[in-house]
Design a protein around this ligand. Sequence first.
Ligand code: SF4
Ligand code: SF4
Length: 132
Amino acid sequence: MEVCSYWHFGICSLEKNHIKILEDPKKKAAFIGIHCAHCDTPLCMASCPAEAIKKDEKTGMVTIDNLKCIGCRTCIVACPVSNPWYDEVRKTVYKCDLCGGDPQCVKFCPTAAIQYIPREKARELVKLLGVK
Ligand code: SF4
Ligand code: SF4
């Protein structure tokens, strides 16, 4: 979370970032990462009245154009994990942009708990680990 905020905003913050690591309410001493899935059919994009959100056809990356964003926050409600968040100072919404294709959270995670892999491989891994 701090690496994310440092990369994007030049500060170490547990608030101003695009990924949240929370305690798993179902298991003791376990944590879950809440992050953008760069969905195949992004509800954030479908809900945006300003057409400020785009999905790159080649990379699959879903990004916000902050010059187009009008700060209505509809995407926050539409996203299943509420990944977009509103910046009160800049009056716009931000979300995970995969750090341009080189996610810093992945790079700096000391236990490789976060991986950046193709969706199919991720699905296999989830099946293998029996994650629900
Ligand atoms: S912000 Fe939410 S809806 Fe949009 S691509 Fe990411 S996970 Fe999907
Ligand atoms: S807050 Fe910005 S990106 Fe989100 S739905 Fe509104 S205009 Fe679109």
